[in-house]
Design a binder for this molecule. Sequence first.
Ligand SMILES: [Zn+2]
Ligand SMILES: [Zn+2]
Length: 251
Amino acid sequence: MLIDSHCHLFYENLKNNLPAVLERANELGVTRFVCVGTNLEDSRASLKLAEEYEFVYASAGIHPHDAKDVEDGYLQELEELLSHPKVVACGEMGLDYFRNISDPSVQIKVFREQMELADGINKPVIFHNREADTDMVEILSKYKSVVGVAHCFSSDLRTANAFIELGYFISFSGNLTFKNSVLPGVAKLLPLERLMVETDSPYLSPAPFRGKPNEPGRTRFVADKLAEIQGIPIDIVAYKTSENAKNLFGL
Ligand SMILES: [Zn+2]
Ligand SMILES: [Zn+2]
């Protein structure tokens, strides 16, 4: 069994074909799915899918790209969503200095507000980090009792170890499979006890589907790659990463 720890099933192409999408995932051994919200509207849509499909779970949060659009009261709305038993994490939240779609100061503010919320209600977080390693480690280290996962990890070994030290899991997506990626060199040196796998569907299709719309079943190709990198059987990768996701999210 594999768990796609991070996908966005509320996009039209996935949502409108969801029974078939999930069936194809099951055929590849991917049987549980965390559908991750990126703003209030998508978080509500994720919860709706989680209510409809037994093995779909939701998260609720504001992505750094969406941080610029938050309105007063958004934290109360997030908190309300997070009180639902199928909303298993707060996120995705974080920092993206690669695209800077929201001003960095706004990203930091909205990220910290959500970390405080997660801290207060004792929920794990799913964070997004792109080219913001230093600020990310600094902010995470201010909330010692919060745990979670570094989704779509794309930083260096030092940063991975800093996240692990702070109690976080590292989740790899399709970019682990890309030709010339430096990520296999990082993944090889990390303990399986702290790793998860994801698709980030509909983005980041793994090889050999790179550039095409992604779907949750392709978690399998990320897991296969991780098994190859670590030189261990796929069954062990599947078991361990699933246990990690189950324990973190309480699935
Ligand atoms: Zn992300
Ligand atoms: Zn995402």
